[in-house]
Design a protein around this ligand. Structure first.
Ligand SMILES: Nc1ncnc2c1ncn2[C@@H]1O[C@H](COP(=O)(O)OP(=O)(O)OP(=O)(O)O)[C@@H](O)[C@H]1O
Ligand SMILES: [Mg+2]
Length: 286
């Protein structure tokens, strides 16, 4: 299953939640891949550039050319990234590399990534003019047997890459910080999502809005959430509070499930993961 985290508004928690939900998914035993489609590379830096990095899961010095096993590396060493993936769609190659060869391992069990690159910015116009919008979908179809879950992080814009992600995904999660501007952004985005669903991806399910940095004691956030719900928008029950632990976890390149498994925000993230995986978790009981 492929999930995309999308919101045209910046700084609402897309990258933080992509990485943390993916890390929980992996920690629970699901083979999980993060795709970073934002040229800010925040998700890639979060999951790859580890200080005090533990031992790699596999020997990163092993020859890789004939191996389908993903590699572990720091971000600046990685050339097999999303830019390389897209580059081969517009360049003549004798042999097109399968998508799995663009994957790198993270230091966390079951968690891999195809990192982003600032070079995606330069490729953007060429890709658009040559109608490569379905290439991501085709590429990810090759990974069905390799990964149980794929999480895609997107830029705060409806650009070529985020549109590609929405076309490739099964489900869309919309993180929001619960202020008035965010609400306006949601209305605008829902229209775009409805159009994308109709024109390109009828299977796309809007899984829900995630209230991030939710202030339980303030009146406005709750009012905004209740109004969105009364207007028929799906808001997930699990709300995430604000904590400096999130920034700390970025600094040490370690998702919260590994950095602070008992922390309030981690438990809220696990509850959110359980909410979106309720069908899967129920199926395990039978
Ligand atoms: N629950 C939280 N508690 C505290 N800080 C948070 C929380 N969620 C996100 N943040 C912080 O808010 C900032 C923005 O988060 P993040 O980068 O994940 O958002 P984004 O939507 O990916 O941003 P962009 O649109 O620029 O890609 C970061 O500094 C992050 O540490
Ligand atoms: Mg981001």
């Amino acid at each position: 299953m492929i999930r995309v985290l999308f919101n045209k508004k910046g700084g609402v928690g897309k990258s933080s939640l992509t990485c943390n939900l993916a890390a929980i998914s992996a920690a629970k035993g699901l083979k999980t891949l993060v795709i970073d489609l934002d040229t800010q590379c925040n998700a890639s830096q979060y999951l790859l550039n580890r200080t005090n990095s533990p031992e790699p899961r596999k020997n990163s010095l092993e020859p890789q050319s004939n191996s389908l096993e993903p590699r572990i590396n720091s971000l600046d060493q990685i050339t097999d990234n999303m830019a390389a993936f897209y580059d081969q769609t517009i360049t003549f190659h004798i042999r097109k590399k399968p998508t799995i060869e663009f994957v790198s391992q993270t230091a966390f069990e079951n968690l891999d990534i195809i990192p982003s690159s600032p070079e995606l910015d330069q490729l953007h116009t060429k890709l658009e003019s040559r109608h490569k919008i379905y290439k991501l979908k085709e590429g990810l179809e090759q990974l069905k047997d390799h990964y149980d879950r794929i999480y895609i992080d997107t830029a705060p814009a409806l650009n070529f890459y985020s549109l590609s992600a929405l076309i490739a995904a099964d489900r869309c999660l919309i993180p929001m910080d619960c202020d008035e501007f965010s609400r306006q952004a949601i209305y605008n985005m829902m229209q775009h999502l409805a159009e994308i669903k109709e024109d390109h991806n009828p299977a796309l399910e809007i899984e829900g809005i995630i209230a991030n940095q939710f202030m339980a004691r303030a009146k406005v956030p709750l009012k905004i959430i209740n109004e969105l719900k009364s207007e028929g928008h799906k808001v997930l029950d699990s709300k995430l509070s604000s904590s400096v632990k999130m920034r700390e976890s970025h600094q040490v390149h370690t998702p919260l499930i590994h950095l602070a498994p008992k922390h309030k925000l981690t438990l809220e993230l696990v509850a959110l993961w359980q909410e979106i995986e309720v069908d899967f978790l129920t199926s395990l009981q039978y």
